[in-house]
Design a protein around this ligand. Structure first.
Ligand code: UD1
Length: 352
């Protein structure tokens, strides 16, 4: 079996790491196309280096652009590679413009398509990621779902025959990295007292200057330091709106490599975020999270109050620093072996 993975944006490099390892362990031939959607060293190379991943076999270098232009450019540049290579599977990850573009390219060429992290739904049709997920799921031949909830969404859309619940590969990598960084110390520049880890990058929060201003005002008022690794979209949006990120409690840092992020998360008191991945990572490591969004794809994090959604910012500090629940979180995202299960499903599917 020969598989080509297509990745392009930061969270996909994280998901690629356990998959590449699992393909290796199963002696599956595996190549990687990087679309170039993310290109800054700390948004891309740092992840390949940090996970010891081989450099991508192809880099399509599409760069940034409007949704339509970026998606179309990836589609056009990926097609000749897939025609020349004709793998047994194209594997796409998550919900970015790279995901949908590669899915369209594969399905139109009749190359079997597997979608990792299938079945997530926010039911918010204004999110670009929601369009990407729904359309990719309907293109795919094999839907590798992280949870029963995701499988249920796929069933409601008539896709259950193609669905397999494998667990969440982000848990595979998180548990592994957390074990390795737990006993190391944070860089000297980090706060030694309690701190909150905050990340903001969704258009919903960055692209409306009034919303961004009130979010930053609230974070600046916290009693403890708020460490804010700034995604390029946030930095650009703050510049456009003439807003200073670093003020009051807010301590701005460069985007973190994955191992650093896990390290900082493990030392933090609580999390404020609009990232999907971080909500789940915080849940698995037992950090209370306040998600500054109207909905989440990872609804299991909400069940016992480990994660709370907040649309109207109100008193963000009191909410963010609430005491953690005392209930057992269980393992709704799997046991850390999702990548191996995914490879096994691809194998048995391909040679059925
Ligand atoms: C994309 C994904 C989002 C994911 C996020 C992780 C889509 C629709 N969205 O959003 O689901 O959570 O990645 O980060 O695919 N930029 C740089 N350097 C880079 C990359 C981006 O400066 O290396 C800047 C550019 O100004 C660009 C902007 O960030 O226009 C947004 O980047 P883009 O890839 O379009 O989307 P993200 O917001 O990162």
């Amino acid at each position: 079996m020969r598989v080509i993975s297509v990745v392009g944006a930061r969270p996909q490099f994280v998901k690629l790491a356990p998959m590449a390892r699992a393909f290796d362990a199963a002696s599956v031939e595996h190549n990687v196309i990087h679309t170039g959607q993310h290109y800054d060293a700390n948004m891309s190379d740092a992840f390949f280096d940090g996970f010891g991943l081989a450099a991508p076999d192809w880099n399509l270098a599409v760069g940034s652009g409007s949704h339509g232009a970026q998606t179309a450019e990836i589609l056009a540049r990926i097609e000749p590679v897939l025609i020349a290579e004709r793998p047994d599977w194209v594997l796409v990850y998550g919900d970015t413009n790279s995901t949908i573009a590669a899915a369209l390219a594969a399905v139109k060429l009749g190359i079997p398509l597997a979608h990792l992290e299938a079945g997530l739904r926010s039911f918010n049709r204004s999110m670009p990621e929601e369009h990407n997920r729904v359309l990719t799921d309907h293109c795919a031949d094999l839907l590798l779902a992280p949870t029963d909830t995701a499988a249920h969404h796929l069933e409601r859309e008539g896709l259950s025959e193609r669905t397999r619940v494998v667990g969440d590969v982000m848990v595979d990598v998180l548990l592994d990295v957390d074990r390795n960084v737990r006993d190391t110390s944070l860089p000297a520049s980090f706060p030694t007292e309690d701190f909150v880890l905050a990340t903001i990058h969704r258009p919903f929060n960055t692209d409306d200057p009034d919303r961004l201003r009130s979010l930053l005002d609230q974070l600046a008022r916290f009693d403890c330091p708020v460490v804010l690794p700034a995604h390029p979209r946030l930095t650009a949006a703050a510049d456009r709106a003439d807003l200073v990120l670093e003020r009051g409690a807010i301590k701005v840092i460069e985007p973190l490599a994955y191992h650093q992020l896990v390290h900082v998360l493990g030392r933090s008191r609580a999390v404020v975020t609009d990232s999907g991945g971080l909500q789940k990572e915080a849940y698995v490591l037992g950090r209370t999270t306040t998600t500054v969004r109207t909905e989440t794809e990872w609804t299991e994090t909400l069940d016992q109050g480990w994660n709370v959604l907040v649309e109207n910012l109100g008193d963000l500090e009191t909410l963010a620093l609430r005491p953690p629940p005392t209930t057992d979180r269980g393992q709704p995202y799997g046991d850390g072996a999702a990548a191996h299960r995914s490879v096994a499903e691809m194998r048995s599917w391909a040679f059925r």
